[in-house]
Design a protein around this ligand. Structure first.
Ligand SMILES: Nc1nc2c(c(=O)[nH]1)N[C@H]1C(S)=C(S)[C@@H](COP(=O)(O)O)O[C@H]1N2
Ligand SMILES: [Mo]
Length: 362
């Protein structure tokens, strides 16, 4: 490279580098934003959610130059043993986890996914991301410097951020084009990044538990669906009394990174609520599994959901939730409660459901 070109490049990079404290606080803010959008991205999969996925990818890519600036600045603190402090190992681990989170995220987006056994690249990425938040908060405590407004308010800082986001958008667009051209696992993916499982019926898609649910097969003769809560009349409905008269196509999109489109057959939840007579102050409907796993939906959404006995014209297999599972079209897979035995109409939501989904099988 000619000396002139190198000089220009260096000046460009220097121009692009925000002040140190701005870099640090931007990394802090970006990681919190990524954790927030990452968690939220597990909740939805319908088209209006795409903004969230874009934002997560763009801010994630913008972390790359920010971390590079930071690393260039602190390099000698790491390479020169004379400058080591008690907090240095924590700083190093935090940096490594940040890079690992970015790399796993990028591998996932690019569809480069070596076999990791029971986990997917996406779940490794999510785990690293959550670990990073914890490490970063600890790290920031050891090296806290309050942000200063003048540095953030500079016009040049705003332009630097503009440049960074535009670059991130170009990289992201370039990647999606590459995937389209080479068809490298790109064509079968939804806005969530999930890969398609082709086919119909029980055997065409995986059996998945969110954490540890693994009940014995439910004995249909001893099972009855309980419909209760704020209703005029509680019901106990044996399997034989259910009339699966509704068939609907819906997409199950698992946060592990796959999706399937199936014809689900079963009973409309609204019909059950009408039968039991949900009262006027009812706001939510809670679906609970024989394992204690549960999720609630706002009552209007719940009315349109299905309690499925069939998939692709076949009776549900045990693994897929027989005798009855929730099919909630706008929701992610983990909210589609399997082995449902209780439907409870409620006045309030159920914040503890998060915990229930994590510990139910333990
Ligand atoms: N009771 C119960 N229902 C559950 C789960 C679970 O662990 N327990 N896992 C959820 C998750 S994470 C997904 S993706 C779907 C998977 O449904 P499938 O096993 O029919 O593919 O079920 C959901 N319903
Ligand atoms: Mo899932």
């Amino acid at each position: 490279m000619s000396g002139w070109l190198r000089g220009q490049l260096r000046r460009g990079v220097v121009w692009l580098e925000p002040p140190p404290r701005v870099v640090d606080w931007s990394i802090f803010g970006a990681v919190l934003f990524l954790a927030g959008t990452g968690i939220l991205s597990f909740l939805g999969h319908t088209p209006e959610w795409i903004v969230l996925f874009w934002a997560h990818r763009l801010v994630g890519l913008s972390l790359v130059p920010l971390l590079a600036f930071k690393l260039a600045r602190v390099r000698t603190r790491l390479t020169d043993p004379g400058k080591w402090q008690l907090s240095t190992p924590l700083s190093i681990v935090t940096g490594l986890v940040a890079f690992a989170a970015i790399i796993t995220g990028a591998l996932w987006v690019f569809g480069i996914e070596p076999d990791l056994g029971p986990v997917t690249m996406l779940s490794v990425h999510a785990g690293l991301g959550l670990l990073l938040v914890l490490l970063m908060v600890l790290h920031a405590r050891t090296r806290f410097r309050p942000p200063s407004t003048p540095e953030f308010a500079r016009r040049r800082t705003a332009m630097q951020y503009g440049a960074m986001l535009v670059a991130a958008a170009l990289v992201y667009r370039g990647q999606t084009l590459l995937n389209e051209v080479f068809d490298a696992a790109g064509a079968d993916r939804r806005l969530t990044g999930s890969h398609r499982r082709e086919g119909s019926g029980n055997d065409s898609f995986p059996v998945v538990s969110w954490v540890a649910d693994d009940p014995d097969p439910v004995a249909v003769d001893e099972w009855a669906l309980a419909v209760g809560g704020t209703v005029e009349e509680s019901l106990a409905l044996p399997y034989g009394t259910l009339t699966p008269d509704t068939v609907a196509e819906a997409t199950l999109d698992c946060t592990g990174g796959w999706y399937t489109v199936q014809e689900w057959g079963g009973v409309r939840v609204g019909e059950l609520l009408d039968e039991a007579g949900a009262t006027g102050d009812a706001r939510y409907v809670r679906f609970e599994s024989v394992t204690g796993y549960r999720w609630s939906l706002p009552i209007e959404e719940a009315r349109g959901a299905l309690l499925a006995t069939h998939v692709g014209g076949e009776r549900l297999s045990h693994g897929h939730g027989a005798p009855l599972r929730l099919v909630a079209p706008g929701r992610r897979g983990f909210q589609w409660v399997k082995w449902v035995e209780q439907v409870e109409v409620r006045r309030r939501g159920d914040p503890a459901q998060w915990l229930a989904t994590l510990v139910s099988g333990l």
